[in-house]
Structure formats: C-alpha cells, structure tokens
Ligand binder design. Sequence first.
Ligand SMILES: C[S@@+](CC[C@H](N)C(=O)[O-])C[C@H]1O[C@@H](n2cnc3c(N)ncnc32)[C@H](O)[C@@H]1O
Length: 197
Amino acid sequence: MNIFIKQFGKPDGVIGRLFGKMMTVSNRNMHKAVLSELSPSGNVLEIGFGSGSQLEMIHDRYPEVRLYGIDISSEMLTAAEKRIGKTASLSLCDCTETAFADGYLDAVISTDSCYFWREYEQILNEIKRITKPSGKLILAYNSMYANAVHKSDGGLGMYDDKSISEAVNSAGMKIVSVRSCGYKQKIFTILIKGEVK
Ligand SMILES: C[S@@+](CC[C@H](N)C(=O)[O-])C[C@H]1O[C@@H](n2cnc3c(N)ncnc32)[C@H](O)[C@@H]1O
C-alpha cells in the first residue's frame, strides 16, 4: 500500500499530523453536508474522527448533541483531544467492535473512512446493533480517494456508489438519499430500520 494511502487510513507521526490538518480543509464540504443531515439533539458517534474538525463543527452548531468519537489512530486521538477538549467523548477503538449498548445512538456518521473498513460487513452489523432502529447512518466519501484505496489495497468493500449501496442493502439498512456535496464527493443518508426521525 502506498505511503499516502497508508497515512490517510491510519495517520501516524509528524506526517500523520500533517495529513490530519489537510483533511480538515479538504473535507470541509463533506463535513458541512453531514452536519446538514443531523438533528439538534441526541447521541451521535463519529467513526474515524481524524483531527476532530467534524465533531467541532457539530458542537458549535448543536451544543445539545452528545458527541462520541472512535478512531484507530493514536496520533489523531491526541490531535482531536487538543482541538475539542472534552466536548466529545473520544476513544481509540476499531469500529468492528465497540462498547456502546444496543440502540444507544441516534446517528452514526463517518466521513472519508468507509473505504478503509476491511471487515465492512461486521462493521455495518455493529453500527446496526448500537444505533436505534429509527436512527441514521450518514456516510460521506470522496470517490477519487476511494478508488485509489481500492486499487492499491486489492479491493476493500465499500469504495464506490454501487459497492456502498450493495453493502448497505445486504446489511438490511435502507438508503434514503445520495447527493453530491463537492468535487467527487458524495453523502449517503441511510436509515437503520423503520422510519426517519
Ligand atoms: C481519511 S481520514 C478522515 C478523517 C476525518 N473523518 C476527516 O474527515 O477529516 C480516515 C480516518 O478513519 C480512521 N479509521 C480508519 N479505519 C478505521 C476503523 N476501522 N475504525 C475507526 N477508525 C478508522 C483513520 O485512522 C483516519 O483517522
């Protein structure tokens, strides 16, 4: 796997910190699009929070939302803690298995991360377990990066509209909308089960 993709998938060291800063800027349209799909209260988890800029944006707009974040990079955990302090409860954790109780969350969000999810079927099942049936999964992704990860790593599961849709449908979730939110950037709003809140 090339060094850039490796760093995006799990930022590490000085270069990882730099990548975190770059993503804060380059992913801003996706962060805004995700924000526009959220309600002003409830429990929200971000998977792969990076530098924490998406969580910061949500807290600034919706201070009532209880925010949680998990990421596999200790570099990003340190960077995000520095940025947002205690406004979100952050932990070093792989999204394949989390400590959240069944149906605890109102929404799970993830930007620029799902193409790194090797065990994506297990991850979608875990998201289903920890989110309310009426809750949402909001995925934002950049098809240019996703395609590069897919090519470089021999084909991870969720890397384009078709593979994301297929994975989500087989997990028994329902896509409510797919829209463009910038150059090569898209946002999927997905219903866990039941009616949208
Ligand atoms: C390209 S960065 C995007 C960061 C941030 N969402 C943003 O938009 O700036 C991908 C992030 O997902 C995290 N990540 C990758 N696989 C993960 C997994 N299985 N569980 C949790 N986090 C993961 C990486 O460590 C990295 O911080």
